[in-house]
Design a protein around this ligand. Structure first.
Ligand SMILES: C[S@@+](CC[C@H](N)C(=O)[O-])C[C@H]1O[C@@H](n2cnc3c(N)ncnc32)[C@H](O)[C@@H]1O
Length: 401
């Protein structure tokens, strides 16, 4: 069902709440951690909207600004700088009115694709976070995402992208002339300003630019030969899109947002970063937000079994086996956080980082894992037993050969 742009801000929808929680709950620990780099933080909401929904609920700009204020109120650091920017093509005046009480915020009327490079040009050395939440797929030019990681000298760069992957598959079918499922499959998937491309060579190139390659064409062709269902095609596209992003960002995670279990995801929230801590924070964030998503899917009903972010049943034994299989490949010492993040790159955010750590700690107890800690001893001269890897405590692990 396609809806008009203006309806979007009348009432905040449940899926927007999950999306905004993913942003707000991530930003808090992200800011707290990244303040310690003592470099300016540049936060850019590239498709900011009105700031606030007409029912009074906060939009992504208010969520970010409130989170920033909260973090700065708590930090003991004196020397910090956070600069928020809000770009929107249609709602700069609403943004000005709704963000007035937040003092100096920069509102940029215009198109993200025209403004972003100018805005980033003098931000080298900064920590940059981009929130990218467009209506459809047409603004998601992969070339820009690639340039953010290769052409600027930021201290760090992170992206949180709302990718309408089912919209991409639908357009892929259209431009390659592949028959598409009965439209009823999309009935619950309300879209605003959905992208509609013609079946021609130019459109094929548009989709190549969005996907960052032509790998999507093989997926659509496999679907046409009935080798893949629409669900499998969407999941494969999301997986390959994340793999493509990993060529430019070390850690890429995605959370499908489904309003009902068994449905196609409404969209996928994709997080890309080169920072191991950012990846681990987002893993825990996805696991935490999943509770809200599940509550929405089940209409508040209790479920007898636990599920993960992908609606797969949680099998603790299986997670345990995966951890052992994975960590037994580390024959040389490696920093704990890097091992954890690589585990989640392979298997997805199937559990919180603390779950993996507690399995690893047990393996140490069984003599299967060697652990090097720095500092090796506590102030009281006892052997350290922490299992963390941060500014003050460093841990390296390797499989006991
Ligand atoms: C999904 S809404 C954003 C909602 C917002 N993130 C929130 O949570 O409140 C997408 C926004 O993108 C704006 N927009 C559309 N095309 C744009 C473009 N090319 N550049 C920047 N903004 C655009 C629309 O006006 C709309 O406000």
């Amino acid at each position: 069902m396609v809806k008009r742009n203006n309806d979007f801000f009348k009432v905040k929808k449940t899926w927007s709440e999950v999306k905004d929680e993913l942003l707000g709950c991530y930003l808090k620990p992200y800011i707290q951690k990244i303040l310690y780099t003592q470099r300016p933080i540049i936060y850019i909401d590239c498709f900011a909207g009105k700031g606030k929904f007409e029912d009074g609920n906060p939009g992504s700009p208010l969520i970010a600004l409130n989170t920033m204020q909260g973090c700065l109120g708590q930090t003991k650091m004196n020397d910090w700088s956070i600069k928020p920017f809000f770009i929107d093509l249609n709602y700069a005046d609403d943004l000005r009115a709704n963000l007035a009480e937040y003092g100096e915020v920069c509102i940029i009327p215009g198109r993200y694709e025209n403004e972003i490079e100018k805005l980033l040009a003098d931000k080298s050395g900064c920590n940059v976070f981009l929130y990218i939440d467009p209506y459809g797929i047409k603004n998601l030019d992969y070339g820009l995402f690639q340039s953010f990681s290769t052409q600027y000298r930021f201290n760090s760069i992170e992206l949180l992208i709302n990718m309408n992957s089912f919209g991409f598959i639908r357009e892929g079918c259209r431009v390659l002339g592949v028959p598409f499922e009965d439209a009823s499959i999309f009935e619950d998937l309300i879209e605003y300003e959905s992208t509609k491309l013609e079946a021609n060579e130019k459109s094929v190139n548009v989709l190549n630019d969005i996907a960052g390659g032509d790998y999507w064409q093989a997926i659509i062709k496999a679907k046409n030969r009935n080798e893949l269902s629409i669900y499998e095609a969407e999941a494969q596209f999301a997986e390959q899109y994340c793999n493509r992003m990993r060529q430019n960002y070390k850690y890429v995670l995605n959370m499908p947002l489904k309003i009902k279990c068994g449905q196609l995801p409404k969209y996928r929230m994709i997080h890309a970063t080169n920072h191991v801590e950012g990846c681990l924070l987002m893993v825990d964030n996805i696991c935490g937000r999943w509770q809200l998503m599940k509550y929405i899917q089940d209409g508040g009903q209790m479920q007898l079994w636990e599920e993960n972010y992908n609606n797969d049943m949680v099998n603790k034994e299986d997670i345990h086996k995966k951890i052992i299989k994975y960590v037994s490949g580390y024959v040389s010492f490696c920093r704990l956080n890097a091992v954890l993040a690589d585990f989640f790159m392979k298997y997805g955010p199937i559990c919180k980082a603390s779950v993996v750590k507690s399995v690893l700690k047990n393996l140490e107890g069984q003599g299967l894992l060697e652990v090097k800690r720095n500092p090796a001893y506590t102030n009281k001269g006892k052997r350290s037993s922490f299992f963390s890897d941060d500014r003050k405590q460093k841990t390296e692990i390797r499989w006991h050969s």
